[in-house]
Design a protein around this ligand. Structure first.
Ligand SMILES: Cc1cc2nc3c(=O)[nH]c(=O)nc-3n(C[C@H](O)[C@H](O)[C@H](O)COP(=O)(O)OP(=O)(O)OC[C@H]3O[C@@H](n4cnc5c(N)ncnc54)[C@H](O)[C@@H]3O)c2cc1C
Length: 399
């Protein structure tokens, strides 16, 4: 788009590109600090074409991936409670978290390690203990488990809408159904170009989910987009799977790792495999095409560990993970321009952190140090250069 004589360019302190989980949270945190901020989203809020749809997301403290995530989850919990207070909505439901698996399962051993290191309340359970306590679970007799009472599930679509509503209440502007085509650094700031306008800003947060490679070519070779499938099943006995009797759960067998949710909305028990799904060539390739092979994979775990939940299929949904090789997040300044903040907190476990990552992204976009420790998420671990001393370059999204 070319500006004509008399056209005025809108200016803001910060633009947030992508209003999914991370972008909507960043928009809220920036607007709340009185910054002039604009959020731009190519679809409608809480859409089903990215990584943040499907009714529920697990939040857990005993972090099997690495104990260093625990302080970040604690801050995330505080920030979720803050959003609930501001919005008057129930976004977080505490059910506790049950993790169970075969002898040596990494989910159980990793969670135990994190619980011990961070002194989290937890109980180690045998297979018989699990069934006694939570009768919907009948895991193989050689499995062990760990129950951690503090976690539960979040409502992703509601959270995104509430972050946006709160941001708008604090003066944030939004552009919906508007695709950002390019960001173009110039001397004093950055120009953000959409089909409809050009906006000038001081800094940019790129929270574009599976599309982040469009803006950060240096990241693209390190990211893999995969198709993941969610299934909802009518339990044979619903009374065993209500949230008061069935916590959120992670189950690891010798050949799969699945997670799931109680039937909290009358929509069934939801379960999905965390194993790497089919690689997608680009985010646009995601379609809602859950099939009988996907269903069969999930049913194998239901049959093995939760036979009373193995009833009729209600629905399937597909969603995308954006994975890094080490499954840790990317939250950093762009190596090409320190006024550009890159956020790719996915690898299938990022949603629970959105509330605190919004705070972190606001700090970084305003040129401050992050108040939470994000040293694990640096781009330099992939061998990319630091932003200092490099020249700005045009970053063009695919149209
Ligand atoms: C099936 C599944 C289950 C999961 N389960 C859990 C769980 O239980 N617990 C957990 O913590 N995490 C979980 N995750 C991970 C978590 O959901 C993701 O980490 C998180 O949703 C990523 O949020 P995001 O903001 O990065 O991406 P998104 O929410 O996808 O947002 C990116 C946004 O950017 C927009 N965008 C992209 N390009 C442009 C452009 N050029 N112009 C304008 N807008 C643009 C997109 O339209 C999109 O709305 C799961 C993920 C999946 C797929």
């Amino acid at each position: 788009m070319v500006l004509g004589k008399g056209d005025s360019m809108k200016t803001f302190d910060v633009a947030v590109i992508g209003l999914g989980a991370m972008g909507s949270a960043a928009l809220f945190n920036l607007a709340r600090q009185g910054r002039r901020v604009v959020g731009i989203e190519q679809f409608e809020p809480a859409h089903d074409k990215g990584s943040s749809h499907g009714e529920s997301r697990i939040i857990r403290l005993s972090y099997f991936e690495h104990p260093s995530y625990v302080p970040l989850v604690r801050r995330a919990l505080e920030k979720w409670r803050e959003l609930e207070e501001l919005s008057g909505q129930t976004i977080l439901t505490v059910t506790g978290v049950l993790e169970a698996g075969y002898p040596g399962a990494s989910i159980v051993s990793g969670s135990l390690e994190a619980s011990r290191q961070h002194d989290l309340t937890h109980e180690v359970l045998s297979a018989a203990d699990i069934t006694r306590r939570f009768p919907g679970f009948r895991v193989p007799s050689n499995w062990t488990g760990l129950f951690q009472p503090e976690g539960g599930f979040l409502r992703p679509e509601l959270a995104i809408r509430e972050f946006m509503r709160q941001a708008e209440n604090h003066g944030a502007e939004t552009r919906l159904s508007t695709r950002v085509l390019a960001i173009e650094p110039f001397g004093a700031g950055i120009r953000v170009r959409t089909e409809a306008e050009v906006i000038e800003v001081g800094s940019v947060v790129i929270a574009a989910g599976a599309w982040i490679g469009d803006f950060a070519p240096e990241l693209k070779p390190h990211l893999k987009i995969t198709r993941q499938v969610l299934g909802w099943f009518s339990p044979l006995d619903r009374s065993l799977f209500t949230p008061d009797r069935c916590p959120v759960f992670l189950l690891e067998s010798e050949d799969d790792a699945c997670y799931g949710f109680p039937d909290f909305a009358g929509t069934g028990v939801k379960m999905a495999s965390h194993r790497e799904g089919l690689a997608l060539p680009a985010a646009e390739a995601l379609v809602q095409d859950g099939n009988s092979a996907d269903e069969a994979q999930i049913r194998r775990m239901l049959k093995l560990a939760m036979p009373d939940a193995n009833g009729p299929l209600r629905q399937m949904r597909t969603c995308m993970y954006t994975r890094t090789p080490d499954e840790d997040f990317v939250i950093d300044l762009s190596p090409a321009d320190p006024r550009v903040v890159l956020a790719s907190p996915c690898s299938g476990h990022g949603f629970k952190f959105a509330s605190v990552i919004g705070e972190v992204l606001a700090d970084l976009a305003l040129g401050k140090a992050s108040r939470s420790d994000i040293s694990r998420f640096q781009i330099s671990r992939f061998g990319a250069q630091s932003s200092r001393g490099t020249t700005h370059k045009k970053q063009e999204a695919t149209p």
